[in-house]
Design a protein around this ligand. Structure first.
Ligand code: FUC
Length: 766
């Protein structure tokens, strides 16, 4: 009997060892052979609302916690009362070419004073200290994208220690599970704290509770609860809980705020009660099932590479030193999808500048919602990578912006409709504050509203169009129609005062200025929004009068112009840029994300190519998100080589060891923008046709992708070999007709809802 027991113990140990070793080799896994010493190397988990950054220290573990509504600030109205009179004066000065004067006046009369500070903040820290002596061996820290579970494993004196950490959406809890291969060898102390704050921590039994009214009242009330379940002994200490002689333990953390008017203590208590009733294995199983229903919709492979045996940071460093590793690109792609599923879930708030993960009390740019590209970029991959539901928090957020956006339009500019400027926050402000050269940009709401139309193009959900999308589109369109003024020189309608985010130009007098009438990007966004709203009103068969007004406005809108050097003009005049390599390439909005510059407009397409070349020749793409946008531009230009070069440059210059995008500092938009860009290299559907492999680079001769989505509701699967399409499956979700294009070959396809259409080599029917 004893012998048999020994045998099983032995077998158990072998299996443990085996599983620690294989943990590290997988195509869908980020893994490291050291713990993180820096926040930017820690690994993120999240359920859309609750997030954690895992350092994975063997002796001291820091898990930095987030809850998406932990915000300082409040809903305030801070419109500048001088704005209405200032508007006309500033316009007059701009039309008279007095740019610098106009800017000074706008600074005084149009900029609003945002007195109440606001920022997203950390929820706090979970800190663990392990009582174990001896050398740490076979260390592995990983994040499995297939299961959304982070792991830490190592051996000390022959004892294998393992941790599993995940954020469960079904149970709305962060879960940490600890096991050791030797009975009673698990000993640690744990505490929860909120550094640099006045949070109160109370400990009762084996439960810790942390509460605070953020910003001493100027922010949300928060509550986080932690409960430890174990087979060992629990000793409550003054600052935390000590666990002794355990073989297994599970920590559950729940947290909530009063952001949506709920009682945070009650919510987190109830959530904790529910999750504690379930066995750990069930919590884990349901977490995996829930996550995989989204993640598994897309598979992507670019072949294997030897580098798979290397830890992820070393693979990245190898690419930074010139190695080719397409499989790392596939991993990076899926990491983008993982991050979206983990930071943006239906019913929640949208992914902010850092998604969900931000440390400290004042993260960069307050980890807010920048609506002059950053939040839009966050959502570029949502529809095309089959994560349509994850788009919802942003779409609903636009709807929530409407009351403040309408009030701002009325009080500031005296017009109907909704306006937003360069940024907003959890409290939905719509006023511009700060300096005119980055803040005086009234297109933030309009651009955001186009996302509601995009969602419709993929889903054709009529109820959604009527109830959520159209009212939001109409509010934006109304503002545009009322905001535009006639340029006295051309008789065309222009937007302004405004800027081309956030670039500056040199005036004829040699001065530096940024504000104009009719910057190209504004005109493009307005064209986009009005066209979408017109189509939506046609589908819904409503608002004929307003539709006519929008059509008349569109017809008079100042067009996109090409400069004498062949580039797209960024402003209404041919100014020299102050920074010709500027990170914003706003005047190519029409190329991506919009569809105003395509093969149907060859002259503009050529001008866009020149514009991009010029920006890059002058140092463009130096922030992660800017580089990610460039990948999308080149994909739309069907230049696979340039798209690939910029993707590699993103990994080489703007990617942190944990594969987070680096502005610097960490900003998540580049991750999302790149995932969108890779999809655009393989599939496009913005200009009425489904383009197959439009920008396939030579570096990916063989590959497979399944589950990406085209407008009109088509799920696409493709295999290619030798750079040639070998198999295509089109799954029709809605029964629409479509045109498939592969190079110069096109096929018109009539489809039935729910049916698959299979093609072979070079689109041959199967
Ligand atoms: C935009 C960019 C900056 C930065 C900030 C959060 O305004 O110009 O580079 O990404 O947002």
């Amino acid at each position: 009997m004893v012998k048999r027991l020994r045998f099983f113990q032995y077998l158990y140990l072998i299996l443990w060892n085996f599983s620690t070793q294989v943990c590290c080799q997988d195509t869908q896994r980020l893994w490291f052979d050291t713990s993180a010493t820096d926040w930017n190397h820690a690994l993120p988990v999240g359920n859309g609302r609750l997030g954690a950054m895992i350092y994975g220290g063997a002796l001291k573990e820091r898990i930095q916690l987030n809850e998406q509504s932990v915000w300082l600030g409040q809903d305030v109205d801070f419109v500048n009362p001088l704005a209405k009179e200032g508007l006309q004066e500033v316009r007059n000065l701009l039309f008279a070419g007095k740019y610098v004067e106009a800017e000074k006046l706008a600074q005084q009369k149009l900029m609003c004073d945002k007195k109440i500070p606001s920022t997203y903040q950390t929820l706090g820290d979970l800190q663990l200290e392990f009582q174990q002596t001896g050398k740490v061996k076979d260390y592995c820290r990983d994040l499995d994208l297939e299961t959304a579970i982070a792991g830490v494993s190592y051996k000390v004196k022959g004892v294998v220690h393992k941790r599993e950490i995940f954020a469960s959406a079904p149970d709305q809890a962060l879960v940490m599970h600890f096991t050791v291969s030797q009975e009673g060898a698990l000993n640690f102390t744990c505490k929860m704290l909120r550094p640099e704050s006045k949070a109160t921590v109370t400990i009762k039994n084996n439960e810790i509770m942390l509460t605070e009214h953020v910003g001493e009242g100027n922010g949300v009330k928060l509550c986080a609860k932690l409960k430890l379940l174990t087979d060992g002994k629990v000793v409550v200490k003054e600052s935390g809980i000590a666990l002794e002689h355990a073989s297994t333990a599970t920590l559950y953390i729940t947290a909530a705020t009063n952001y949506r008017g709920e009682n945070p203590e009650e919510v987190s208590r109830k959530q904790l009660e529910v999750v504690l009733k379930k066995p750990y294995d069930l919590v884990k199983k349901q977490h995996i099932e829930d996550y995989q229903q989204y993640f598994k919709r897309v598979s992507f492979g670019l072949g294997t590479s030897k580098a798979i045996d290397l830890p992820t940071n070393k693979r990245l460093h190898a690419v930074q030193n010139g190695a080719d590793d397409p499989q790392l690109i596939a991993l990076y792609y899926q990491f983008g999808r993982y991050l979206l599923i983990s930071s943006s879930r239906p019913g929640g708030m949208p992914a902010n500048l850092q998604g969900l993960w931000a440390d400290g009390m004042w993260p960069p740019w307050n980890a807010d919602y920048h609506i002059n590209i950053n939040i839009q970029m966050n959502y570029w991959p949502s529809e095309i990578t089959n994560l349509s539901e994850m788009h919802e928090p942003f779409l609903k957020f636009v709807d929530e912006l409407r009351p403040n956006a309408r009030r701002t339009a009325k009080e500031m500019y005296g017009v109907e409709g909704a306006v937003g400027h360069f940024s907003t926050d959890a409290w939905h402000y719509a006023e511009p504050w700060g300096q005119t050269d980055w803040a005086m940009w009234p297109m933030g709401y309009a651009w955001s509203a186009t996302h509601l139309w995009e969602h419709y193009l993929f889903t054709e959900d009529q109820k959604y169009l009527k109830e959520l999308a159209y009212p939001a589109l109409k509010d934006g369109a109304k503002f545009c129609v009322n905001w535009l003024v006639e340029n006295p020189k051309t008789g065309r309608l222009v937007s302004g005062p405004s800027i081309s985010p956030e670039n500056k130009f040199i005036t004829a007098q040699g001065e530096v200025a940024s504000m104009v009438m009719g910057p190209t990007m504004d005109q493009m966004i307005i064209r986009d929004l009005l066209s979408a709203t017109i189509k939506a009103s046609e589908i819904l068969q409503i608002d004929l009068e307003f539709r006519t007004q929008m059509q008349q406005t569109l017809a008079k809108l100042s067009p996109t112009q090409i400069a004498s050097d062949g580039r797209i003009m960024e402003w209404a005049e041919e100014f020299k840029e102050e920074n010709p390599g500027h990170r914003h390439i706003s005047h190519l909005y029409g190329l991506h994300p919009a569809n105003q510059i395509s093969s149907q407009t060859p002259e503009l397409l050529e001008a866009a190519r020149k514009t991009l070349a010029h920006r890059l020749a002058n140092g463009g793409g130096h922030t992660g998100w800017s580089r990610a946008w460039i990948i999308n531009f080149f994909a739309r230009l069907q230049d696979g080589e340039a798209a690939h070069q910029n993707l590699v440059a993103l990994l080489q210059k703007s990617t942190l060891d944990n594969l987070f995008d680096n502005h610097p500092p960490f900003q998540i938009d580049g991750n999302f923008g790149a995932t969108a860009g890779i999809t655009e290299m393989l599939l496009q559907s913005h200009a009425g046709e489904i383009l197959l492999l439009p920008a396939l680079p030579k570096a990916w001769p063989k590959g497979h992708i399944k589950g990406i989505v085209a407008r009109g509701g088509f799920e696409i699967e493709m295999d290619w070999n030798g750079g040639q399409l070998t198999k295509l499956v089109v799954m029709s979700r809605l029964g629409n007709d479509c045109i498939l294009r592969l190079g110069t070959k096109t096929i018109s396809l009539k489809t039935e809802k729910g049916k698959n259409y299979v093609f072979g080599q070079a689109l041959s029917p199967q």
